[in-house]
Design a protein around this ligand. Structure first.
Ligand code: MN
Length: 274
């Protein structure tokens, strides 16, 4: 069986790049490709191995390998490549090397587990969408509020709806969407809610264990703490049975705190000789 080459794709159809951080074998990315079937020309470029919680890491000190992959979509084979790198690597190399032209849309997911609150900072799923935004391509990330999801109907529906809207309307420059989906059947979904990131933190615990030669090693665990009582947060939305959609921006500058830094700069004096 021959697989379709995106080079042959008619250019009047949108080119949609699918990525994730759970690896190209994950159930969530197959569900996402199914959900986006027929939307345009689909291409999957995803990490060869799981890259959850790598944040926005990129590979600069090791070679990257790109492996052809067999990826079966509902309408037949989907062009796919597995990359020995991170989610951000996948989007970079897809947009700038592997695909015949930059994609019209990048969708990352469907992640196994939520990416809410402070976890956005650690998320590889979000970083794939962030990288697309840096490259000027509209993008969103979709995460399912279950670590071993069995039913992607609701997340797939949300991804499809948003993909159609974003392809039609675009997104403002520098802005991406972070979508979190409750673990509910579509019939039980309360709706879609615009949200902000909840304030939160992890209370970490490093468990010390010992290898067979009695050298210690450490295993990160801990407890997630929601510090936010607002009902407009991402955490509250999925708790209340809504799909949470948070607009994120590349610019991390605290613009309303520039005065604080100006005052700091004014207060500093540079030593001069003599
Ligand atoms: Mn993941």
């Amino acid at each position: 069986m021959t697989r379709p080459d995106p080079l042959d794709a008619p250019t009047d159809r949108p080119l949609v790049l699918i990525c994730n951080d759970d690896g190209i074998d994950a159930a969530g990315i197959a569900a996402l490709a199914s959900a986006l079937d027929g939307l345009g020309t689909l291409a999957v470029v995803a990490p060869f191995a799981e890259q959850s919680a790598v944040g926005h890491a990129i590979t600069v000190r090791d070679p990257m390998r790109v492996h052809p992959w067999v990826f079966d979509g509902p309408s037949g084979p989907v062009w796919a490549r597995a990359v020995t790198g991170t989610p951000a690597d996948c989007v970079k190399i897809a947009a700038q090397k592997l695909l015949p032209r930059p994609p019209d849309l990048v969708v990352s997911g469907i992640n196994h587990g939520p990416n809410t609150a402070v976890n956005v900072m650690y998320s590889g799923t979000v970083s794939a969408a962030t990288e697309a935004t840096i490259l000027g391509v509209p993008a969103f990330a979709v995460s399912h509020d279950a670590w071993a999801p069995t039913d992607f109907e609701t997340a797939g529906w949300a991804a499809r709806q948003l993909a159609e809207r974003v392809l039609a309307d675009g997104l403002p420059p520098g802005v991406l969407l972070n979508v979190n989906v409750p673990d509910l059947a579509l019939a039980d979904l309360a709706g879609i809610r615009a949200t902000r990131q909840a304030r939160s933190r992890w209370e970490e615990e490093f468990e010390e264990r010992f290898d067979p030669t009695q050298r210690p090693y450490y295993w990160l665990g801990g407890r997630f703490v929601d510090l936010d009582e607002g009902d407009d947060t991402d955490l509250a939305a999925i708790r209340d049975g809504f799909v949470s959609v948070t607009p994120l921006q590349l610019d991390l500058t605290a613009h309303d705190r520039l005065d604080l830094v100006r005052a700091l700069a004014d207060a500093l004096t540079i030593p001069t000789d003599g």
